[in-house]
Ligand binder design. Structure first.
Ligand SMILES: Cc1cc2nc3c(=O)[nH]c(=O)nc-3n(C[C@H](O)[C@H](O)[C@H](O)COP(=O)(O)OP(=O)(O)OC[C@H]3O[C@@H](n4cnc5c(N)ncnc54)[C@H](O)[C@@H]3O)c2cc1C
Length: 435
């Protein structure tokens, strides 16, 4: 039986390969970077692994938690309270039901409208019905424009920047739903989990299991060509240490951004046209090791424009002993590559963030022990209104070529959704390969 080639060694590639390996299909994972992990990669700071983008687990992440249990990693999760704070010119708004009730920054009718939006989303049965609305259209219809501008617009802007107006209402549902499931009771605090030792532990465990079951992981290897003959996959060519290698195969699963896939394979014109409409937001995420924390919240966003989208203080979720005994602050942006910030040198970006943080928290500069920067051209597909119309199926028009990962992890791109997708993809591929 031919080997199945999985392109990309992020969570999508590794978990798909793991499920295939469990089905005895001996997958080969080909990863461009010198290690796996993709967007879940880590920085090594003074011997400690720290996620290069903040990554947490929600209580309702049943696929992720199931996988951690299967790999005997559930025991390594630590849990804390997730506080989410919006800083406005009229005062702070903390997104916990009790704090919203007692908030002086919101009037009683505003609180009522906010509750209506929350419960409508929480109780919605079919999120796909939201795909045809922008978040702005749907929220305004279910509250009013003032509520949208005061509360929801800053949240959406923190994620999608200047394109926030076009964001799909389904994405917004995806933000609210896991959170509502992360509370034991409605009034309870929202819980967030972290994998002690970083998500590297999950990637290493997956790699171990894949190789133990006869699969293979090839890193620092760039896919150059997927050969297709008579509308069927024939082989995959990749470059490693300057040499071109080829694997004969009739099954390829791509987990890389669709734009990168299109550089390696000629697909049907109408299919190419459709997936070319998917645009990715780049991500910049700076990590600071600080002498002390800045706020008491896990996540802070601002209604007034800053050089960054928001802040995440990981050590307000978990004890700093898990992160090298420093307070860990993430400063993030999801943006277009045409934006000025993206074009700056890494040092300049850190300087820009540091200057803005110094204005917000005078004395910030003196708190900094270390800083690191992570950038990725493909941070997340922009989940715009009508995304379902351009989202590709797992099965492509080419026999033996499949697509899985972030591009279909709609309405929310996270490990949990992607692991679920990976499981379903491995099932589909197994049935096709063995029929
Ligand atoms: C700042 C930030 C915070 C986040 N927080 C959370 C969170 O708290 N919880 C959560 O669950 N999720 C979170 N996410 C989302 C999560 O990281 C992604 O959904 C997930 O990592 C996407 O996995 P993927 O495998 O689909 O893509 P990727 O991780 O992008 O993997 C794709 C892989 O393909 C490789 N590749 C690309 N081109 C080629 C090529 N030509 N040849 C070979 N290999 C190639 C890349 O190097 C990469 O390793 C966060 C993301 C970001 C950016």
């Amino acid at each position: 039986m031919n080997r199945v080639v999985v392109i990309g060694g992020g969570i999508a590639g590794l978990s798909t390969a793991y499920f295939l390996a469990k089905k005895r299909l001996k997958p080969v994972v080909i990863e461009n970077e010198n290690e796996t992990g993709g967007l879940g990669r880590c920085h090594k700071v003074k011997g400690i692994l720290i996620d290069s983008g903040y990554h947490i687990i929600f209580k309702g992440d049943k696929h992720l938690l199931g996988l951690l249990k299967e790999l005997d990693l559930e025991k390594d999760t630590v849990w804390g309270n997730l506080d989410f704070n919006l800083i406005t010119v009229n005062g702070d708004i903390s997104f916990s039901p009790l704090k919203i009730l007692s908030s002086k920054s919101l009037s009683i009718p505003e609180k009522r409208k906010l509750a209506k939006v929350y419960f409508k989303l929480k109780n919605l049965k079919d999120w796909k019905s939201l795909d045809k609305f922008t978040a702005k259209e749907w929220i305004t219809r279910n509250s009013n424009i003032e509520i949208y501008e005061k509360i929801f617009e800053p949240i959406i802007k923190a994620k999608w920047g200047r394109e926030s107006e076009g964001t799909s209402a389904a994405w917004f549902y995806g933000r609210i739903k896991p959170r509502s499931e992360s509370r034991n009771i409605f009034w309870g605090k929202e819980k967030g989990g972290y994998l002690k030792g970083s998500f590297r532990k999950l990637f290493s465990a997956l790699e171990r299991e894949i190789t133990k079951k006869g699969g293979k992981i090839i890193t620092s290897a760039n896919i150059r060509k997927i050969s297709i003959k008579g509308n069927k996959v024939e082989s995959v060519k990749y470059k490693i240490k300057g040499n071109l290698r080829e694997i004969k195969t009739d099954s390829v699963i791509s987990t890389i951004p669709v734009q990168e896939l299109l550089k390696t394979a000629k697909l049907a014109d109408d299919f190419e046209k459709k997936i070319k409409r998917i645009r990715y937001k780049a991500v910049i995420c700076a990590t600071y090791g600080l002498k002390r924390g800045l706020t008491k919240s896990f996540r802070t966003i601002f209604s007034e424009k800053k050089s960054f989208g928001g802040l995440v203080e990981m050590t307000n979720l978990i004890d700093k002993k898990h992160l090298g005994n420093n307070h860990v602050l993430y400063v993030f942006n999801f943006l277009d590559t045409s934006e000025k910030l993206w074009k700056l040198k890494d040092k300049k970006i850190i300087e820009t963030y540091t200057n803005d943080l110094e204005k917000l928290h005078p004395g910030f500069r003196k708190l900094v022990i270390w800083s690191r920067l992570y950038k990725n051209r493909y941070g997340e597909p922009f989940y715009q209104k009508d995304y379902l119309k351009i989202m590709p199926d797992v099965r492509t028009p080419v026999s033996g070529l499949f697509i899985t990962g972030m591009v279909q992890s709609y309405p929310i791109s996270d490990f949990n959704n992607i692991i679920d997708l990976a499981y379903r993809t491995s099932d589909l591929v197994y049935r096709e390969v063995t029929c």
